[in-house]
Design a protein around this ligand. Sequence first.
Ligand SMILES: Cc1cc2nc3c(=O)[nH]c(=O)nc-3n(C[C@H](O)[C@H](O)[C@H](O)COP(=O)(O)OP(=O)(O)OC[C@H]3O[C@@H](n4cnc5c(N)ncnc54)[C@H](O)[C@@H]3O)c2cc1C
Length: 417
Amino acid sequence: MCERGGGTLHVFPSRQRPDATPSPTLSHEGGERGAPGVAPVAAFGRGNAGRRGRGGGRGAARAAKKNDTRAAGDCPALRNRRPSIQGVTVSLAAFRVLIYPSPMTRILPAVRGTLTPGRPLADLTWLRVGGPADWLFQPADEADLAAFLARLDPAVPVFPMGVGSNLIVRDGGIRGVVVRLGRGFNGIAVEGNRVTAGAAALDAHVARKAAEAGVDLTYLRTIPGAVGGAVRMNAGCYGSYTADHLVTARVVLRDGTVRSLGPREMGFAYRSSLLPEGAVIVEATFEGPKGDPAALEAKMAEQLARRDATQPVKDRTAGSTFRNPGGFSSTGRADDVHDLKAWKLIDDAGLRGFRRGGAVMSEKHPNFLTNIGGATAAELEELGEEVRKRVFESSGLTLEWEIMRVGEKAPVAGAQA
Ligand SMILES: Cc1cc2nc3c(=O)[nH]c(=O)nc-3n(C[C@H](O)[C@H](O)[C@H](O)COP(=O)(O)OP(=O)(O)OC[C@H]3O[C@@H](n4cnc5c(N)ncnc54)[C@H](O)[C@@H]3O)c2cc1C
C-alpha cells in the first residue's frame, strides 16, 4: 500500500474475488496490458462477468458492497510500475476458465465520491438485466469527476449512464468505468423562462418545477429518464424534442476538460446526438415558453393519462424498442406523416405478444420490449433481433434499435477460449 496526498493504492487480494479460481500472480514488472498470453480484449479484465446467473444480481450487489466498495488510489511512485497479473488458462472438467488481469487490481485515481468494483448493473436499469461494471464511479461533484477523468488512463473506456430507462446492459457487463451521477448533480433552478438542471435530475421533476414557475417543459413529464439521458438521446414526445429547448449542456469530456455545448454542437437528430465518446453531461439549461402553472399542470396530467392508456408504463421496459422508420418521427413536423410507426410494422407482422422466455413484445404496445420476469439481456436482445428479421420479411423494412445495447455478452459455458 502506498499513501500520498490522501490517495491510497489498494491491490485487492484474491480472497476478494468471489469465484473459486486459483490466485493469479501479481507482478510489478511491465504494464497490466503486457501480460503474456492475454488477449488485448481482456486487458481490462472480465470483472464478475458471467458469474451471475438469473436472479444473482442482488446477492452479487451485496457482496460487492460488503467487500469491494472502497476508494482506489493513485500512487505516483508506482505509476510507471503498475501491477499486472499473468494470464493463466485453467482446464476444469467441464469448461475452461481464463483468468484475466482483474479490474480490481488496476490503479485508479483517488476520488472523493464512490468507486465500486464489480458492481452489478441490473438493479440500476429499468429492464432489470445486465452484468457488472468493472467499476461504478459516483462522483461527489463536477470537480471530482473532472479530476478523475483527467488522471484516468485514456485507454480505459468510460460509459456514462443515467437511470437506465433506455438501456439493455448485456449479461457480461460493461468493461471499464461506468459513471453514474447522483446527489450533487440533481439541483434545479428557474430563472425567467430558463431552467437549469443537474444531469441526475429526473425529467419529471424538471417538468414539474418548471411548470410551478410557469415555464412549459411539460414534454419532459412523462419521460422516465434523467436530464443527462434526455440530452444525450434528444428525448422527446408529444411534438417536443430536447433539441427544441436546450440552450446549453455542460459537459466533462473524457480527458477531464469542461465544455459548454450548444444545440448545434450537440449534433441532435432523431433520438440521438453526437456527444463525444466518454463525455459526461453534468448540467443542462433549457428554455420553454411561459404558461399558466395550472394549465401546465393540467397538460401534464392529460399526457400522463394518455401514456397510461396506451403504453405498459408500469412494466419493466426501456420505452420504444425501435425507432419509427426514417422520416416518420413523432415530432409533428413536416416529415411526420404518421402512417409508418414501428409498432404498426410489428403488429402487422403478427408479433404483438411475441415472446422468448421472460422477454415479451407487449400486448398493450408491441414496440415495447418487456421483461415479464426472469428474462436475461440475451433473451431480450435475441427477441428484438428476431422481430427485426420477421418485420423485414413481412414489410421489407429494417427496424433500427432505439434502445441502446451496451456491454458484453456473457461467455458461453463450455466454449473454447
Ligand atoms: C416507459 C418508458 C417510456 C419512454 N418514453 C420515451 C419517450 O416518450 N420519448 C423518449 O425520447 N424516450 C422515451 N423513453 C426512453 C428513455 O426514457 C429516454 O431515452 C431517456 O432520455 C433516457 O434517460 P436515462 O437517464 O434513463 O438514460 P440511460 O438509459 O441511462 O442512458 C441512455 C443514453 O444516454 C447516455 N447518458 C445518460 N446519462 C448521461 C450523462 N449524464 N452524460 C452523457 N451521457 C449520458 C448513456 O450513455 C446512454 O447512451 C421511455 C422509456 C421508458 C421506460
